[in-house]
Design a protein around this ligand. Structure first.
Ligand code: BT5
Length: 280
């Protein structure tokens, strides 16, 4: 992969968490572009102390170290860049599967992206039925030491993509049945993890380069809007200091979610949101 800034790929048979590994590397001064890939994580992490499940050898578990020169208000776009790169990478597999058709009327966020997947704002890849195919976790370390040596402060972005697990609902723990899906299920057959990794490393290059440019950041927000399955949905937004309900109506050029509620449209920043979910 010539010219890719993601050429330093470190592979692990088993590790606690690729995000934890790269945060430690970042603290030790590692440059942008280091990638960690694991066959298995013993303590894969989700947001807010949640865990990420994947049996050994089945799925793509990867983190990248970014050091974008970004205003703190734009740092949430690192999640968007990686989520969009994953949509690109899955599209490039050309699976041509049914995409889990026969669904529940979920918005197809993938028009024009060539993949039967969309992005549930802010950090999930979902199929056309809203089942979770991948999750993205961005972690940052603003300790002064991490940004020394001329490096901007790091953002470690991890993604877990369900490639060959689960093979069906029966594989899943009961709490994830009907809620999680894999590429294997969508393609109705095994999917090559290596090919997906190669596609993802290739797609990460332009997507993360966009973080550093005003026009690039607008492109990320526009492409997020095009891929976003949350638009048009009723949502409840849980903020640290309370919650409100409304309808997701759009995404701003800065990548914020617009939620209309009681005749007022509010802009919601990913970092402020504890949870956005369909209103029950
Ligand atoms: C996420 O958190 O979705 C972020 C997941 C990031 C995982 C990657 S793997 C590589 C890197 N290293 C790490 O240690 N982490 C990153 P969140 O939105 O909090 O969702 C977590 C929730 O998703 C869990 O509480 C489960 O309900 C559900 N879940 C867990 N494993 C799943 C899976 N394989 N597929 C679908 N849903 C899952």
């Amino acid at each position: 992969m010539p010219q890719s800034r993601f050429a330093d790929v470190r592979r692990f048979g088993s590790i606690d968490s690729t995000n934890r590994y790269l945060l430690d590397e970042a603290r030790a001064g590692a440059p942008e572009g280091v990638v960690a890939v694991a066959d298995h994580q013993t303590a894969g992490r989700g947001r807010l102390g949640r865990s990420w499940e994947a049996p050994p050898g089945a799925n793509l578990l990867l983190s990248v170290l970014l050091r974008p020169v970004l205003d703190p208000a734009d740092r949430h776009l690192a999640t968007t860049a990686v989520a969009l790169a994953a949509v690109d990478a899955i599209g490039a597999l050309g699976l041509g599967g049914s995409g889990g058709s026969g669904g529940s009327g979920e918005t197809e966020g993938s028009d024009g992206l060539g993949a039967p997947v969309g992005i549930k704002w802010p950090n999930d890849l979902v199929d056309t039925r809203g089942r979770k195919l991948a999750g993205v976790l961005a972690e940052t370390d603003l300790l002064p030491a991490s940004g020394t040596g001329g490096h901007p402060a790091p953002i470690v972005v991890g993604i877990g993509i369900n490639v060959n697990w689960p093979d069906g609902d029966a594989d899943l723990p009961s709490e994830l049945r009907g809620l999680a899906v894999s590429l294997r299920m969508l393609a109705e057959g095994p999917v090559d993890r290596e090919e997906l990794l190669v596609n993802l490393l290739a797609a990460l290059h332009p997507r993360t380069a966009d973080l550093g440019l005003p026009a690039g950041r607008r492109r990320l927000s526009q492409d997020l809007l095009a891929a976003c399955t949350t638009i048009g949905k009723s949502v409840r937004v849980d903020l640290a200091d309370g919650s409100f309900e409304g309808t997701a109506t759009g995404i701003t050029p800065e990548g914020h979610l617009l939620v209309a509620s009681d005749g007022v449209t509010r802009s919601v920043v990913a970092g402020d949101v504890v949870h956005v979910r369909p209103r029950s």
